[in-house]
Write a protein that binds this ligand. Structure first.
Ligand code: LRH
Ligand code: MN
Length: 396
């Protein structure tokens, strides 16, 4: 492999970090049931232990995203425990996700609920979540709202938009200067007629109105199949409104499958738009790369290792695009030349260079093999199987 290629791969991997979701280690399922795994994590400490294992083996996922109701059983009072877990397992608490969709009170919405007392309840949970982030030195508070309706005429869409404007403004006022709020959009599910924050444009309008520290979060599973996600990414970069990603993959809807398992070229095209933006503008894109997946069938830790190593591969491949050649071809409308600049990079096998980079960092060449040899899975299976056999932790 040309020296410049492995240099480019090394440079790309040097800064690439991706955050793991605590809920990716827990027993999750679909509305048609969940398949309990004896080794699954049910406690916050176990989720830190498992994400710590993945970081130990890959070296590139130093933070774990937390979902307040699932990981902070005592709310703000849980932060001391979480700091202890972070110290013990070598991963820091990452983005804090308020949960404004699980409680019965949110049947008709949270920030968009016609009942003011429910909107106030949602704001109290939001303020607690921002306080939890402050105490854990977490920079990002990541908002996703299930709010919407199931039948035409049942919701005043403009009124609900106004309540979201007001709610997100108040939330923004609670932020410390170094904190950010990320607004995640989703076209449908669990609402099946309208969702209040359904696409990137709605999220951008609300984030911009909330304040300077509000950005848009792109969950790759939250798009109609025909949507051009990398164009949305290019626009958000151009508007300086891209705050982060929830990576996963899908064949149909928000399937939350492992990243790059269905359409790796999709993720490559997204990473390309980011590298191209940074090359052309000289700016560093301040983006939180995060995973948001649920592993119903695959072993959860293996699925996470697969995801992290796939993310490294696709980020490194995208760093190989010859930007000069591409820009010239674009300017001259030399279509084949331009397209092949991406295809040549995507076709490059970067795995040998990635293994070299891992060795240069004292990391195992093959994290998956190292995990299988570690005995970690056997140990946690013994420790957790009894508890898991009669403890069905809720997800959906
Ligand atoms: C909603 C979503 C959101 C999370 C949840 C676990 O579909 O993507 O980011 O809160 O999944
Ligand atoms: Mn998500």
């Amino acid at each position: 492999m040309g020296s410049s290629t492995s240099d480019k791969v090394f440079d790309a991997l040097e800064t690439f970090r991706i955050e793991l979701p605590s809920w990716g280690f827990a027993n999750t399922g679909t509305r048609f049931g969940k398949f309990i795994q004896p080794a699954a994590a049910t406690t916050t400490e176990e989720k830190f232990s498992d994400s710590g294992q993945v970081h130990l083996l890959t070296g590139v996922c130093p933070t774990v995203a937390l979902h307040v109701l699932w990981d902070c059983p005592e709310g703000v009072q849980s932060t001391d425990d979480i700091k202890r877990f972070a110290g013990r397992y070598g991963v820091a608490p990452g983005s804090i996700n308020p949960n404004l969709f699980q409680d019965q009170e949110y049947k008709y919405g949270s920030f968009g609920n016609p009942d003011e007392s429910v909107r106030q309840r949602a704001m109290r949970h939001t303020k607690d979540s921002i306080e939890i982030a402050r105490r854990l030195n977490s920079r990002d508070i990541s908002f996703w709202f299930a709010d919407g309706s199931n039948y035409p005429g049942t919701a005043n869409i403009r009124q609900r938009k106004q309540w979201f404007m007001e709610g997100l403004k108040i939330a923004h006022q609670q932020l410390s200067p170094d904190q950010r709020m990320l607004v995640e959009y989703k076209p449908f599910e669990p609402a099946f007629y309208h969702t209040d924050i359904a696409d990137w444009g709605m999220a951008l309008v609300l984030a911009r109105a909330a304040g300077q520290q509000a950005k848009v979060l792109v969950d790759t599973g939250h798009h109609y199949a025909a949507q051009n996600i990398e164009q949305i990414v290019a626009w958000l970069l151009s508007e300086n409104m891209l705050g982060g990603f929830h990576f996963n993959d899908r064949r149909y809807a928000d399937d939350d499958l492992t990243m790059g398992s269905i359409d790796p070229y999709q993720v490559f095209r997204i990473f390309h738009e980011i590298h191209f933006f940074e090359w052309e503008t000289g700016q560093h894109a301040d983006i939180a790369y995060m995973v948001d997946q649920s592993h119903n069938l695959k072993g959860k830790i293996e699925a996470m290792i697969q995801t992290v190593t796939m993310a490294q591969q696709l980020f490194a491949k995208a760093a190989l695009v010859d930007m000069k050649k591409l820009a010239t071809a674009q300017k001259n409308c030399n279509l084949v030349e331009a397209e092949s600049a991406l295809q040549d990079a995507f076709a490059t096998d970067v795995r040998p260079a990635i293994q070299e980079w891992r060795e240069s960092k004292g990391l195992p060449k093959d994290p998956m093999e190292a995990f299988r040899q570690s005995g970690y899975l056997e140990r946690i299976t013994k420790e957790r199987s009894v508890k898991n056999s009669h403890n069905v932790s809720s997800y959906a």
